[in-house]
Unconditional design. Structure first.
Lengths: 375, 460
């Protein structure tokens, strides 16, 4: 009896010991009956993430050229070209911001590209001193697209003449030209390094990590997706300027504040990016592949639940209609009729409940909460 | 009847199972404390958060800053002392108090198995688990070979209650007829080797696990009680707990349950464990060439002192244990939804529930309002737990009200916008958004501001 029990016990201990230590191993991605998780990762990487970075990288290459042309000859034509190039890149950026994973996460890529509102004081200090480390955390609100927004639309009093004067006749014109150049080059360098990392090593790592652990690709990117939607899109673009989180509205905290009339366009682009990612729609193509949508459809066949993917898409569409009804310039919208702005926020908010609660619960994603026991 | 009880209470049995239980319990508890410490959870769960959720009436139990480490150290030493049987009574009382204090510091970390440890150690205060093969016995030079039979039975009863009530709780329509929440949990284990991509995805398997889980919990106490089914039952116990350990992050719980069920085995089995340990001790003593100890006087029967106090206390203890899980009958509404009477009732791994709750601070006079960023005050883990439990939501609402009042805000009202999804149902509004929670107070009364659950879960 004693021996029997002891041997059973030892066997069990060894099983448990083994089972608890191999959390990091990745399961096989393919399966005949279930949902193929690896195909979702492959679709994300190959038809969305990498193409987005490639486009962003080439847009930034265009921005570098436009900047060089402008710096060589700061005139109205070149300024317009520089600005157009900036806006094009900024729109592509809306597709990239959510992928805070891999190299992007390591180098704090997002915080070096789109923290707004930009700090005029810090930017001007950097220009005046001429020595700065643009990658320093203190400079997060003095770099990237928001800093260029200021450099292209905010320096100088009001007219383009004033702005051009900053780069030409101003006593510190050299410094301004240098700085705008450094800002653009930094964005290009960062993006190039993220892209290269994806195409050289990270892509295979990413699609190979199919397990359901807090650090696996699906879980991390799902968390990133939700975080981006909740923070980057809902809060930063609409909620914060509309004063949802403060006692009063903060109309100067809109995206592309100095340019002004593109905040709605950028927000709508971001919403498209979110919806396309949810549906697994290839970047700049109508092809769709394995995605959250398909995963939810598969899980629904398991549990006979409501069609969550349809509900989510419908709610995103409602939110889009609301945003489309806003002024192209959110700052103006907030000062003229903020209620409309908060209405749009409320519709966006309903999507948060659907993806953060219903979707995560269906997928039983292990969110990176504290690693503690449950029972 | 009375004489039957008298005869039962007078019955004596070998002390060995109780002694082995004491040693194994102490060792496991020491290991649990060390593991908790080594994982950095003291820091993460008790020192890093700025705010802690309290049990109603125990708001004074809070982490003690850096002294929290001291608290864990005392608790660990007490566990060691229990294992050794050194100053047993003092050690087990200390263990009970420190362990329970730790569990009450923040209810975010509430786990049924921690509660089990608390009440088990409370029960052990009254049991003569140190009368032989202990430092106490060695020092007093007296050892008892028999203890009252009921002392061992009381542990069996407590274990049986845990299993049986866990089984009762599974008799509900979600668990049995929808295979929820296993239908959510098992498919997500697609990354398990061999069974992840096939078995875990099968609907019949989800039902099979739900039903067998219920039968297991209900039947296991009885299968362990009868000698003929005991070994079989023990193998099932091991299989069941290993399986759940693989599936879910439940830490020490499987080990504690597996080892605890050894109490059901007869004295011969435990005697062999004692002989084994005694053998090692003998060799060690010879190696270190220690002086031969003075012989220990062996007394046959251990008589429990203060029976007049002890019996009513234990009677009350078990009455409470048996009735407490049914207190939810006193509340209207669905138990899984309101959670009024959910804790301390062996409802283990019973539902998949998530919430999303945000708070709006409003100035009653001006109407100005803003939404709070929960991450300013709560850890992710706390926010997760807060989001679907009404008592957490209320306590946090008061904390926010007090916080913003201290910042100089006036005429404060606190409103919660909350959505909860339960067992695969679509999320529904959870808290009445029009109710100023700053005006509501915690009590054992039904919380009227929890919105009704628009579905029915039948069963216990």
């Amino acid at each position: 009896m004693f021996k029997k029990i002891t041997s059973v016990f030892i066997l069990v201990l060894s099983i448990v010991a083994c089972s608890s230590s191999d959390d990091a191993t990745s399961g096989s991605g393919s399966s005949a009956d279930g949902f193929n998780r690896q195909s979702m990762l492959i679709n994300w990487a190959d038809t969305i993430i990498i193409p987005v970075y490639q486009d962003l990288n080439s847009q930034l290459a265009g921005l570098v050229t436009a900047k060089n042309t402008f710096n060589a000859e700061p005139n109205q034509v070149n300024l317009d070209a520089f600005r157009a190039s900036w806006l094009n890149a900024y729109k592509v950026w809306q597709y990239a911001e959510m992928f805070d994973i891999g190299q992007a996460e390591t180098i704090n890529y997002y915080s070096q590209m789109n923290i707004y509102p930009a700090s005029v004081i810090e930017i001007e200090n950097n220009i005046a001193s001429g020595t700065y480390d643009l990658s320093h955390p203190n400079n997060q609100d003095a770099v990237g697209f928001p800093a260029l927004d200021y450099m292209l639309y905010g320096v100088g009093a009001s007219s383009d003449m004033d702005i051009l004067a900053i780069y030409t006749t101003n006593a510190n014109a050299d410094k301004y030209r240098n700085h705008v150049s450094d800002l653009v080059e930094q964005m290009k360098t960062l993006t190039q390094s993220v892209l290269t990392n994806w195409t050289s090593v990270y892509r295979d790592q990413f699609v190979g990590s199919t397990a359901n652990t807090a650090t696996s690709s699906t879980n991390k990117l799902t968390n990133d997706f939700i975080f981006y939607y909740e923070k980057g899109l809902r809060a930063n673009k609409i909620g914060i300027p509309a004063g949802v989180f403060s006692t009063n509205p903060l109309p100067t905290k809109t995206e592309a504040f100095y340019r002004g009339d593109v905040s709605k366009e950028l927000a709508l682009t971001a919403l498209d990016a979110v919806q396309d990612f949810f549906n697994g729609k290839a970047y700049k193509s109508n092809a769709t592949g394995a995605s959250f949508k398909q995963y939810l459809q598969y899980l629904n066949t398991v549990k006979n639940g409501e069609d969550l993917d349809v509900i989510i898409n419908n709610q995103i569409n409602v939110a889009r209609t609301n945003i489309q009804g806003l002024n192209a310039n959110f700052t103006e919208q907030i000062t003229s009729n903020n209620a409309q702005m908060t209405d749009a926020y409320n519709e966006l908010q309903k999507v948060v409940v659907l993806i953060k609660l219903d979707m995560v619960q269906s997928m039983n994603i292990r969110v990176d909460y504290v690693d503690a026991d449950g029972d | 009847m009375n004489t039957k009880i008298q005869t039962y209470l007078a019955k004596q049995t070998s002390a060995v199972p109780l002694v082995v239980f004491r040693m194994l319990f102490g060792i496991m508890m020491l290991f649990s404390i060390v593991r908790f410490w080594a994982n950095g959870w003291i820091e993460k769960l008790y020192l890093e958060p700025t705010f802690h959720f309290s049990f109603y009436g125990f708001e004074w139990v809070k982490p003690l800053g850096n002294y929290t480490y001291l608290l864990f150290a005392i608790c660990g030493l007490a566990a060691l002392s229990v294992a050794l049987g050194f100053k047993y009574r003092l050690a087990i009382i200390t263990f009970f108090l420190t362990f329970t204090y730790i569990e009450f510091m923040d209810k975010t970390t509430y786990l049924n198995h921690y509660y089990f440890i608390s009440i088990l150690s409370f029960l052990m205060i009254f049991l003569p688990a140190h009368v032989s093969f202990s430092v106490d016995s060695y020092l007093k030079k007296v050892s008892y070979s028999k203890v009252p039979n009921w002392t061992i039975d009381s542990i069996k009863l407590l274990l049986g209650l845990v299993y049986f009530y866990a089984g009762l709780a599974k008799i509900n329509s979600d668990w049995l007829f929808k295979a929820m929440p296993l239908k959510i949990w098992l498919p997500s284990k697609y990354d398990l080797p061999f069974i992840g991509e096939n078995l875990m995805q099968q609907e019949w398997f989800h039902y099979a696990m739900s039903w067998s889980g219920m039968f297991y919990d209900l039947a296991i106490p009885f299968l362990l009680l009868y000698k003929r089914t005991r070994l079989f039952a023990f193998i099932i116990v091991i299989f069941f707990h290993v399986f759940t350990r693989i599936l879910f992050p439940i830490g020490m719980f499987p080990f504690i349950m597996i080892i605890s069920t050894l109490i059901f085995f007869d004295a011969n089995f435990h005697q062999k464990i004692i002989n084994f340990v005694a053998g090692i001790w003998k060799v060690l003593r010879q190696e270190m060439s220690l002086a031969i100890q003075a012989p220990i006087k062996v007394v046959d029967r251990y008589q429990v002192q203060n029976k007049r106090v002890l019996m009513p206390v234990l009677f009350m203890f078990f009455m409470i244990q048996m009735l407490l899980p049914f207190r939810y009958f006193a509340y209207p509404g669905e138990l899984f939804w309101t959670e009024e009477g959910y804790r301390f009732s062996w409802r283990v791994m019973l539902m998949e529930k998530m919430g999303y709750t945000t708070f709006t601070i409003k100035n009653k006079e001006t109407g100005a309002m803003f939404v709070v960023d929960n991450s300013d005050f709560l850890t992710d883990f706390q926010e997760k737990q807060m989001s679907f439990q009404p008592d957490f939501i209320l306590e946090y609402a008061h904390f926010l009200g007090d916080h913003f009042a201290a910042q100089g805000h006036e005429y404060i009202q606190v409103f919660a916008e909350s959505y909860v999804a339960l067992n695969g149902r679509l999320s529904q509004p959870y808290i009445d958004f029009t109710v100023d929670l700053y005006k509501e107070h915690e009590s054992f009364q039904h919380k009227t501001w929890v919105l009704p659950f628009n579905d029915v879960i039948k069963g216990l």
